[in-house]
Design a protein around this ligand. Sequence first.
Ligand code: ADP
Ligand code: MG
Length: 699
Amino acid sequence: MESAVKDITALFGSQVFNDSVMQDRLPKHIYQSLKKTMEESLPLDENVADVVANAMKDWALEKGATHYTHWFQPMTGITAEKHDAFITPVGSGKVIMDFSGKSLVKGEPDASSFPSGGLRSTFEARGYTAWDPTAYAFVKDKTLCIPTAFCSYGGQTLDKKTPLLRSIETINRQALRILRLFGNPAVHVHTTVGPEQEYFLVDLSLFNQRKDLKVTGRTLFGAKPCKGQELEDHYFGTLKPRVAAFMQELDEELWKLGIYAKTEHNEVAPAQHELAPIFTNSNIATDHNQLTMEYMKKVALRHNMACLLHEKPFAGINGSGKHNNWSMSTDDGQNLLEPGDSPEENAQFLLFICAVVKAVDDYCDLMRVAVATAGNDHRLGGFEAPPAIVSIFLGDELTGILDAIETGIPNKATLGGFLEIGVSALPKLPKDTTDRNRTSPFAFTGNKFEFRMTGSGSSIAGVNFILNTIVAEVLEQFADELEKAEDFRAALNALIRRTIKNHKRILFNGNNYSQAWVEEAARRGLPNYPSAIDALPRFADPKNMALFVKHKIFTEQELKFRVDTLIESYSKIIHMEALTMLDMARQEILPALIGFGEQISQALLSKRACALDLDVSAEESLLKKLSADTSITAAAIEDLDQALQTVSSIKDPLLHAQACRKQVVPAMDALRAPVDRLELIVAKEHWPMPTYSELLFST
Ligand code: ADP
Ligand code: MG
């Protein structure tokens, strides 16, 4: 036991060029200079870069690395890397292992094949990657990976990381202004994130027999299994040995990379699981989540399983999300969303809560945009995940306190007291998790907010740069007002009261899955964008454009191109899914149906040929059903094909995407329906692919 514990502590972070490695391996003045760069986001001195690069290389060689790569996060949502060997020729056929400061700081991957919404015209197809020294380098697959941001040659951002880094700076600046007003000595504020990652595991040989899973990550056909999640026996159930072995190996791989993988358990649906890490700052949490997804897939393969990260791999079965737990913290570890003990601390706490409430209300459209993907469309509003309407759950106690502040009338939550902010003490907020509202898209859970709409397959960079930016904007407005005030206490009271009054429409503690809430939200004027393609164009609305430009997250051009990229990728996904359906229906399903039909017809004829007046009603009725739905299937194939052709003539990206949603998606549903009915009556040996029952109970 003792030695196993030691092994894990030694294993943890062993592949990371982290702070303690840097302290060990860098000359003191170089280390200090690099630290300053990291903490204050300053440009890196060239001489420092050379020394750091050399130390990194020596360390990486000891770890068995032969190559290095600039590891970046293009708009595809997955990470990209281009490997270069360390070798450098030194004449007479010999090489040395070399890595310069220049190669550390800047790289030039061929960027032309990454989505950019037209930001790079072909004549300037090159982009470059720039080291993000605020994230640690690490060794993975014998390669030194250097976390980088990815830009076009003109300096326009082409990736997911750059806006996140910019938003981290802006929220730091604005939060510090607020803290100074409270006399708080913090020198730095960062946002903290703990993403809970859901996923499915299925047997690899079965996965390989499903073209839809292989190509699109989700099943495009499939009737409901006879045993689904009705019994609720899977959630937190004991782990099957194969899954347990997978989780153990995954944990070890992640620990080596310094990822705080903490909690692993079964989820609600069969074959569904979750991994929750311990939270860390939002930049590193984002890198770590990308690596976690990568290793989930990799380690699953080693155990002959496929890991599905799609938001909705199986219709009618719970989908997968990624609960993005988010808060703000000072450099000395004070959680700004944690209620404190003194009236002073609580005034500060309430102001930060109010800032989040106002931010989410003012920019609920952006919160919806942040989670808008084709995959998440199948999940949001599916009565298992939060709806497409953004609202906030604060819980009864905190809501009661805000009510009392707004009205000036003490109530149950305030226990008769607490009215003057900063003067009276806040009643203790219960940390109890039992009364938690699990249906809320954005829930306050005692000392952090949990954004539950995030899709399982997406990078969390998107939700976090949006959260950081909208909260920074409100903190800036608050700081502007409070810094001017002659009587800080009075101004603070007035500001908090006004914010609650003006923004309480976004607060909802009830059941978000109910139809009544959809109607109530409409009465409150809260937007409801049912599909990604309804939401995405709102990204560049004038008020949102102004926000991003003001906080230097995007230029106008960068934001426009980003929206185009997201819209195009929506259309591409629908196209890919539709084409995959057509292939499967034509090449696998129709032939199977005809084959089975032939078998029944033969049986029918044989029976009749016996001339014994045998009852053939079973054969007849089966053949009729089969034949009828086979015809419907054949017609639906042609309709889907036609719909694809119709939309492909539409050149405008948004109109094209909207047409995909209005014409192609319904045509896909219309093809799926008869096939799913047929699956239930076709003989097992004739059905051309593994069924839901087989897939969901395969591990
Ligand atoms: P539960 O939601 O089941 O109660 P926890 O409260 O332990 O579980 O946390 C769930 C996730 O939230 C974990 O990833 C955890 O690290 C993260 N988390 C906890 N505190 C914070 C915080 N201050 N900021 C960001 N994430 C946090
Ligand atoms: Mg949770």
